[in-house]
Design a protein around this ligand. Structure first.
Ligand SMILES: Nc1nc2c(ncn2[C@@H]2O[C@H](COP(=O)(O)OP(=O)(O)OP(=O)(O)O)[C@@H](O)[C@H]2O)c(=O)[nH]1
Ligand SMILES: [Mg+2]
Length: 339
């Protein structure tokens, strides 16, 4: 009997090891490094954060599980000076060191970068392409920002080229236009708009990680990695929104507004809606209705639902991931390339 029970336990351990998603979050360049720093030590052990930069001074100040300086020989730690070709060269030069910093078998790679400069714009597409070749089963999510018009034509054009390349080598690309943050906040303060976008990306990445969490408890409904992979694989533009409110509908509406790409979710490929809050607030009829809105009103064929009862928040949270969405804003941005 004792022997058999040990056998069963061993089996279970194996299953747990397999189902716990390994997630690596890689910030490339100044913007990516800023955002990754905010995550340091806030994630469970299945998540690893990695900061990659050509700029040794920036990298020194960043907080991450691992840091990788790229382009040491070509740029001597002085950055890519706003030139994507230099960023690309630097990433190619040190790609082995970056890939070594990733987990040996990773399920989800989330790459974060600001488009428009040198390191992030040149480096992110190279990284995602290499991850795709070395770790074929990994889902690749790129989360990027677009520069403000005020930053000038050159940055805008760099960003257009890089966004197009990034989308080609990623399963899902989530776009956040710094311009739209400025517009929404009716602010003229560049740094304030940047920080709004950073917070939005942080919330979104936390949501992605939570959706994959294998932590279980009474009433939990998890969304497993296979559900996630199914809606994410080669899915173009994505949307992540996190909303809060006193009731599920308020939180749901708030999540839909949490967008800096003017996304259109109609007829998207798939969605995950993940509810959090006190059990008394997580009413099944309301959760079902919100899920129905995604399938019926937005005509999204595959919708997965997750629930996590928690006393962590005073209100209800709705975390939403939608894949293969459309965005006229992004289409117009890329059309300026005239290709
Ligand atoms: N939202 C947001 N956008 C940022 C932030 N920092 C930079 N950006 C945007 O990202 C673009 C690229 O900037 P960086 O990430 O600093 O550039 P880099 O990739 O380090 O490139 P080089 O410094 O030229 O090698 C900028 O043009 C800004 O539009 C940030 O903290 N938040
Ligand atoms: Mg930089």
């Amino acid at each position: 009997m004792a022997v058999r029970r040990r056998g069963v336990d061993r089996g279970l351990e194996d299953v747990e090891r397999v189902t716990e998603a390994r997630i690596n979050i890689v910030g490339v360049g100044g913007c990516g490094n800023n955002i990754v720093s905010a995550f340091y030590k806030k994630f469970p052990k299945n998540v690893k954060t990695i900061a990659v930069n050509t700029d040794s001074a920036v990298l020194r100040k960043v907080e991450a599980d691992e840091k990788v300086l790229i382009g040491r020989y070509t740029h001597k730690g002085r950055g890519a000076q706003g030139v994507p070709d230099l960023g690309r060269e630097a990433m190619e030069e040190d790609i082995e060191a970056v890939l070594r910093a990733l987990d040996e078998r990773v399920d989800i790679v989330i790459g974060i970068a600001g488009m428009g400069g040198g390191t992030g714009s040149g480096g992110l597409p190279v990284l995602m392409r290499e991850v795709g070749m070395r770790q074929r089963d990994a889902i690749k999510i790129s989360v990027v920002t677009l520069p403000m018009r005020e930053e000038g034509e050159e940055r805008r054009r760099n960003a257009q080229f890089s966004l197009r390349e990034t989308m080609e080598v990623s399963d899902v690309t989530i776009v956040n236009a710094n311009d739209l943050a400025m517009e929404k906040a009716r602010s003229v303060d560049l740094n304030y708009a940047f920080s709004l976008v950073n917070r939005k990306i942080e919330r979104g990445v936390y949501a992605l990680v939570k959706m994959q969490s294998t932590e279980t408890g009474p009433g939990y409904v998890n969304v497993d990695l296979s559900n996630f992979s199914r809606i994410s694989y080669q899915s173009g533009l994505g949307f992540i929104g996190v909303g809060r409110g006193q009731y599920i509908f308020q939180a749901f509406d708030d999540a839909l507004q949490d967008d800096y790409a003017k996304s259109d979710l109609t007829e998207a490929k798939g969605a995950i809606i993940y509810f959090e809050g006190k059990s008394v607030d997580l009413r099944v009829d309301q959760m079902r209705e919100a899920t129905d809105i995604l399938s019926r009103r937005y005509r999204i064929p595959t919708v997965f639902m997750g629930v996590r009862p928690t006393f962590e928040y005073p209100d209800v949270r709705v975390n939403l991931l939608v894949t293969q969405v459309r965005s006229q804003y992004v289409d117009d941005f890329l059309a300026e390339l005239g290709l």
